[in-house]
Each structure stands twice: as C-alpha cells, then as structure tokens.
Design a protein around this ligand. Sequence first.
Ligand SMILES: NC(=O)c1ccc[n+]([C@@H]2O[C@H](COP(=O)([O-])OP(=O)(O)OC[C@H]3O[C@@H](n4cnc5c(N)ncnc54)[C@H](O)[C@@H]3O)[C@@H](O)[C@H]2O)c1
Length: 291
Amino acid sequence: MTNTAGSPVKTVTVLGTGVLGSQIAYATAYAGFDVTAYDIDDAALEAAKSRFEGLVRTYEAEVEGAAGGKAAEGLERISYSSDLAQAVADADLVIEAVPESLEIKRETWQKVGAAAPERTIFATNSSTLLPSDFKDATGRPDRFLALHFANRVWVQNTAEVMGTADTDPSVYATVVQFARDIHMVPIEVKKEQPGYVLNSLLVPFLNAGAALWVNGVADVETIDKTWRIATGAPMGPFQIYDVIGMVTPYNIAKASDDPVQQKFAEILKRDFIDQGKLGVASGEGFYSYQG
Ligand SMILES: NC(=O)c1ccc[n+]([C@@H]2O[C@H](COP(=O)([O-])OP(=O)(O)OC[C@H]3O[C@@H](n4cnc5c(N)ncnc54)[C@H](O)[C@@H]3O)[C@@H](O)[C@H]2O)c1
C-alpha cells in the first residue's frame, strides 16, 4: 500500500464512474486512498459496482501482487454517492471524468466549486477540452488543472499533468506527487496543449496510417509491419485502432473536413461498426482475436 503520510491528499472523490472514471477511482483506492465514487443516479452507481468488480478480476490477473486479497481490499475503500455536494464535502482532491461536453463540465464544476471545502484541489480528466475552457466555472482556477489518464490505467499508466497559467505551482506539484502515489508515471506538461503529449503524437500517426490505407498506398498488414519492423514498436496504427475500438476514431474522422478522413469514417461505419467489428473488445476489427 502507498504511504500517503506526507501528502495533503488523503481523500479523493471521482466524478463519473464510466470507462475512465471507474479505472481512476479503483486505481486510487487500490493504492490506499479513501475514494468516493460519484455518479448521477443509483442505476449509474450499480453499473459502477460491476465495473469495479471487473477491475478487481483484471488486477488479480494482470497486476503483480494484486491477487490473494489486495485487489479486493481496494474495493472496500470506495464509497458511493449520487449527491454531488455530499460527495465532495470532505475531498482533498476531486477528479472529474464526466462526459466530454463543455456544458456538462461547466455545470459540474460550478456545483463542485460551490460545495467543496477551500482546501480541495480540482482536476479534470478531459481529453479534448483545455482546462482553460472551463477553469472559471470552478471558482478557483488557482487550484484547478488537468490530470489526464490513458485507458487501461493499470498498464498504460501515464498521467499527464497540465495546468493553466492560473494554476498554483504548489497545487501542480501536489498532483504530480499524487499521480506517483497511485502508481502512475506523471508526465509534466509545461504549457496548455490540445491533446497533451500523448495524443499530439498519436493522432497524427493514426491519421497518417488511415490515409495510406484509404488512398490505396499499402494494405493494413503492410503498414503495421513496416512500423513494427523499422522502429521496433510493438504495434502498428491498425493494431492500435483495434485496441482503442472503432467508435472514437469514427467520431473523430467524421468530424474532420478532410475528404480522406471522411472516407475513412464511411468505411469504419459500414465495414466495422455496423458489422459489430469493434476491435479487440469484440474479438474482431482490422485483425481477428478469436481464441
Ligand atoms: N475513454 C477513454 O479512453 C478516455 C481516456 C482519457 C480521458 N477520457 C476522458 O474521461 C472523461 C470521461 O470519459 P469516459 O470514456 O469515462 O466516459 P463514459 O461515458 O464512459 O462515462 C461518463 C460517466 O459520467 C456519468 N455522467 C453522465 N452525465 C453526467 C453528469 N451530468 N454529471 C456527472 N456524471 C455524469 C455517466 O453516468 C458515466 O458514468 C471524458 O472527459 C473523456 O474525454 C476518456
């Protein structure tokens, strides 16, 4: 268990218990912190409980030292609430992972800002919005920053820490240490950057792979093989698409005004999403994962 004695962060509230919120809440509890998981209603909290139980099994199978009771103990440090003001009333740190909508984020932070104690530090896990886009809604921009996790936090354990010009450097340092305390590798992003470090690298790379394929330059296997052999990387772009799943890349490609991306969106919808081929999670995507 993490020794958190020197840290001002002891109690953590996670807002939103979907794909990422559940992983963040569980990773935090697993590391020894008391966690309150907030979601909008009892049905969402029930769904959260099964996500957490799934995470216990995943940790037991994939995280060294988690089997034999440690993973299940993490679950006992999580409490549940669908009352936002009550959920943040004793939080040292609030991490927000509600849907990626400016309106929902603003509304959520206004309520949290009004209800949380003065000492509370606020962090958003937003992927595409900048913390500056809604820092004013928090009512305390000096105690607010982005703490951005990657999906499958127990193995893909980067935590990008990105403040705004208003973020107090001591708040930033506390969050960097917190990231370490929950077994993440903190990535210190020195200025606001859409896509942080990871997606600033990954998105153009994936787009380039898609364009080579859509334009008929090379097939999927050849593109992936080239990248793997020539760079030593374990996966090419289409293997990564399969891990991400098709829906997010489809939404991004569809929103682009680049005709190549539009064509890619069309193919993803017709030949993959509509056929139930969602990537690794469904057993088939660009590659087959049956058995
Ligand atoms: N999925 C990813 O791979 C990933 C990776 C990094 C960051 N993120 C970011 O994390 C955030 C959440 O993404 P997700 O994929 O976990 O989404 P999700 O849809 O799986 O989960 C969202 C959760 O928020 C809850 N919710 C809905 N409306 C709400 C409201 N008004 N107030 C509070 N909670 C509400 C939902 O019940 C759900 O449990 C987004 O900002 C996203 O950009 C996602």
